[in-house]
Write a protein that binds this ligand. Structure first.
Ligand code: UDX
Ligand code: ADP
Length: 469
């Protein structure tokens, strides 16, 4: 039997076999469990989901999540020590460690609507574990959750414990989509929070041992539960704040002769500031930043800290401003009307190298332009057409929106091009050829500062970027 080491010193090499289960086969659960299975060949990892289509996709050649490097890792481990299934009960019953990786969207109803996290999926999982578990379990929060969610999970489990011991750990995910496999393979840190009791520390150690298989021990940080939960929200709030800060400056650059890329470079070389996350853009998106900040804001209000809430809320307000500012700039440059004009939208995902569109700036910009009766020709290399239709809330036969197989089709006869996602392939397009098939003046709005504006202007484009006069 596995002996519980109470010390958290040294690089523990696990020599034990364990069954691990993960509830939720989404953008976080799938890649994370694939990496654990890949690295910990002695353990068996089963990822379960109530969504049969998603599980079928994980068991097929076309995975439901696009992530560079994921296909190889999944196909190497699947069927050996990595399994995808809808049999949630069996996976829970057999596992020693159960990860919760279900979605925690912003609540759309009732108290805290628009800000608080909707915890109904987490609660359902906790109740399911309480119902089917036959022995002690370690339950790990992987989804981003409001601070003190572990307490709710614990209370549900403990009030139905029937003599079983449940340890709750918080192990927030810091992977970024598009680089998930790199981030999982070589994380800056792994954070594990748990009760500071002997049983809690033993549970922490068990999870430390899983990660220590491939992550240097000094990169595995252990804390109490609440610090771990709050650290996740704080990390995302700080990252988003950097983007909103540079985006705020981009507006000032456009009003002056400054260039935001130059400003970002100049300040980023100050080692106290650092160069990362200073890329001015059309606005941040993704499933985490906005949701987590809203959550932080809600928490602050709950704890009677309105000034702190207002401070963090301004990061979101600036992001909303940035998205609409871009749409207004497009409309105003195009003689104050885009009605009946064809606009090529290049990129719909919230960033490159993912098929995820949650909170993508493209959604807001397309909606703004549709309200102005523009005709949109959308191209994204990875996002499914049905997803775009869901995001824009339109039917398949909407006459204002068409979906293109490539950027050349999208830009044919267009009045303007909008770069909304920084896909690498957009850098090497034949812009001369594109220019020749566009209406004149040919506008190009680079929402990602991806392209060489000078070169585009030489071709003849009326080209502008973010934060450049
Ligand atoms: C983020 C965090 O980085 C990750 O640690 C956390 O676990 C989940 O949330 P993710 O949302 O996948 O990850 O992507 P990220 O790379 O952080 O980008 C978020 C958004 O910010 C994207 O829309 C991106 O285009 C934008 N962004 C990022 C900028 O506009 N400028 C930048 O400098 C960086
Ligand atoms: P994330 O980006 O956090 O991974 P996703 O929405 O991509 O979020 O994935 C969450 C997954 O959790 C979905 O596939 C959803 O079907 C699944 N899920 C939600 N509730 C449950 C539940 N009670 N049992 C099993 N799976 C669930």
């Amino acid at each position: 039997m596995y002996k519980i080491p109470l010390s958290d010193q040294g690089d523990a090499i696990p020599t034990f076999r364990m069954k691990i289960c993960c509830i939720g086969a989404g953008y976080v659960g799938g890649p994370t469990m694939a990496m654990i299975a890949h690295k910990c060949v002695d353990h068996t990892v089963t990822v379960v989901d109530i969504n049969q289509a998603r599980i079928d996709a994980w068991n097929s050649d076309k995975l439901p999540v696009f992530e560079p490097g994921l296909d190889e890792i999944v196909s190497g481990a699947r069927g050996k020590n990595l399994f995808f299934s809808t049999d949630v009960d069996t996976a829970i019953r057999e596992a020693e460690i159960i990860f919760l990786s279900v979605n925690t969207p912003t609540k759309t109803y009732g108290v805290g609507a628009g800000r608080a996290a909707d915890l109904r999926y987490i609660e359902k999982c906790a109740r399911k574990i309480a119902e089917v578990a036959e022995d002690d379990k370690i339950v790990v929060e992987k989804s981003t959750l409001p601070v003190r969610t572990a307490e709710s999970v614990k209370r549900i489990l403990e009030s139905n414990s029937n003599g079983r011991q449940f340890q709750i750990l918080s192990n927030p995910e810091f992977l970024a989509e598009g680089t998930a496999m790199e981030d999982l393979e070589a994380p800056d840190r792994v954070l594990i929070g748990g009760d500071q009791t002997p049983e809690g520390k033993a549970a922490i150690q068990k999870l430390v041992d899983v990660y220590a298989t491939w992550v240097p021990r000094e990169r595995v940080i252990t804390t109490n539960l609440w610090s771990s939960e709050l650290s996740k929200l704080t990390a995302n709030a700080f990252l988003a704040q950097r983007i909103s800060s540079i985006n705020a400056i981009s507006a000032l650059c456009e009003a002056t002769e400054a260039n935001v890329d130059e400003v970002a470079h100049a300040i980023g070389t100050d080692s106290r500031i650092g160069p990362k996350f200073l890329k001015a853009s059309v606005g941040f998106g993704g499933s985490c930043f906005q949701k987590d900040i809203l959550n932080l804001v809600y928490l602050c209000e709950h704890f009677g800290l309105p000034e702190v809430a207002a401070y963090w809320n301004s990061v979101i307000a600036m992001n909303d401003y940035q998205k609409h500012r871009f749409s207004h700039r497009v409309i105003s440059a195009m003689f104050n009307t885009v009605s009946d004009k064809k606009i090529a939208v290049l990129g719909f995902a919230f960033k490159k190298d993912t098929n995820d569109t949650r909170e993508s700036a493209a959604i807001y910009i397309c909606k703004d332009l549709l309200e102005e009766q523009a005709n949109l020709a959308i191209y994204d290399p990875k996002v499914e057409v049905a997803q775009i239709q869901r995001d824009l809330g339109i039917d398949a036969d909407n006459e204002y929106v068409s979906y293109c197989q490539d950027p050349y089709e999208a830009t044919k006869g267009a009045h303007a091009i909008l770069i909304l996602t920084e896909w690498d392939e957009f850098k090497t397009l034949d812009f001369q050829k594109i220019y020749e098939q566009m209406q004149l003046p040919a506008f190009l709005f680079d929402g990602r500062n991806l392209l060489d504006l000078e070169a585009l202007r030489e071709i003849g484009f009326e080209a502008s970027g973010i934060g450049k006069g």
